[in-house]
Write a protein that binds this ligand. Structure first.
Ligand SMILES: Cc1cc2nc3c(=O)[nH]c(=O)nc-3n(C[C@H](O)[C@H](O)[C@H](O)COP(=O)(O)O)c2cc1C
Length: 331
């Protein structure tokens, strides 16, 4: 009885996946909307790390390594997955148990040599129940990703990459994440090369980057604080607004860790789950500016980081009164 129930569940899943594949039609790879781009990077600074049990993701990773010249690294589980472990029609197979556990972190055999030298990490995995396999969580928790750009990619029976992103992005909030892409195992070298090339900034775009404003200023009372800016569409829109004049707004106390106030304008936002720290200047809901003197975990778009002020000084400045007046300026 129990066995036949498993067979029925497995067949239902197969039908669902076939439908999803069919929906995928002839368009080849499907993608989340690409956001952000990569500066031209030397191949020696590119890592293509991937996990693959049945070689679909492996094939794509190899093509990405060929297209980028990056170094290939296979995330190998200490305990390899058997066919039985992957039989996801069986509710309690190893892969399902891991995906159902919040804390599961399957051990990895070996490690990346000199992770510090890589600026760009392409990170590939199969979709397991709409998410990344938990071994990818182990990988992300094993290294420092601050200052690196991570480009996720996946293969699946049809599910999009999007559902897998929030949880893995939350494990490396200091990295810049591009939105990533799903591939079919049969996607060609030409398709992959086209995607890889589309991620790299053209020389006009790099020139534009160089001209981008790198800092703005906050004035609170008689204290003027420089804010080192992030590079994203929200910052670009904010700088454009400030070119028309300074913005002054009222920020109110919230939660014992932040001052929040309406900017009076909506900015394009690409929120990701993050844990903020004192000094972070954050966009919330597209039109609220949050100045953190403590920490909070939520989906935000980071605008920048205050410079030259300690956490203690900042807390004293922001909490002097319940409501404070903040001026934002370019100079
Ligand atoms: C445990 C498990 C769960 C899966 N869940 C999904 C899913 O939710 N959606 C989907 O489209 N495919 C799912 N698949 C299929 C794989 O994503 C797909 O076969 C993938 O290309 C395998 O990649 P690999 O050969 O690199 O391991 C699942 C496979 C396994 C083993």
């Amino acid at each position: 009885m129990k066995k036949s129930l498993h067979v029925i569940i497995f067949l239902l899943i197969c039908c669902l996946l076939c439908t999803l594949v069919a929906c995928d039609g002839t368009s080849g790879a499907d993608a989340g909307a690409d956001k952000g781009k990569l500066p031209p990077t030397a191949p020696s600074n590119i890592l293509v790390a991937y996990f693959s049990c049945t070689n679909n993701t492996k094939g794509i990773a190899q093509k990405i390594a060929d297209a980028t010249g990056g170094e290939l690294y296979e995330i190998l589980p200490s305990q390899p997955y058997t066919q039985e472990d992957l039989a996801y029609g069986n509710t309690f197979c190893r892969a399902n148990n891991e995906q159902n556990s919040v804390t599961a972190r399957p051990a990895i055999s070996g490690s990346v040599q000199d992770m510090a030298k890589y600026e760009v990490v392409y990170l590939g995995y199969p979709i397991w129940w709409s998410k990344a396999p938990k071994i990818i969580y182990t990988f992300l928790e094993s290294y420092e990703f601050a200052g690196k750009t991570i480009v996720p990619f996946c293969t699946s029976g049809g599910s999009s990459i999007d559902g897998s992103l929030p949880e893995i992005q939350a494990l490396a909030t200091d990295a810049t994440w591009l939105s990533g892409r799903r591939f079919n195992s049969y996607d060609t070298e030409a398709q992959i090369k086209e995607w890889v090339d589309s991620l790299i900034m053209t020389s006009e775009e790099t020139d534009g980057e160089k001209e981008m404003t790198e800092e703005i200023f906050l004035t609170i009372g008689d204290r003027k604080i420089a804010v080192k800016l992030e590079k994203n569409a929200a910052v670009e829109a904010l700088v454009e607004l400030l070119k028309q004049g300074d913005i002054t707004y009222t920020a109110n106390e919230y939660g014992g860790f932040e001052k929040v106030g309406s900017l009076g304008h909506s900015l394009p936002h690409s929120d990701v789950q993050m844990t903020t720290k004192a000094g972070d200047v954050i966009l919330y809901n597209g039109d609220q500016i949050v100045l953190f003197y403590g920490s909070n975990s939520w989906r935000y778009t980071k605008l920048g980081t205050m410079q030259g002020i300690s956490a203690e000084e900042l807390k004293a400045l922001l909490t002097k009164t319940d409501a404070i007046t903040v001026k934002i300026s370019l100079n």
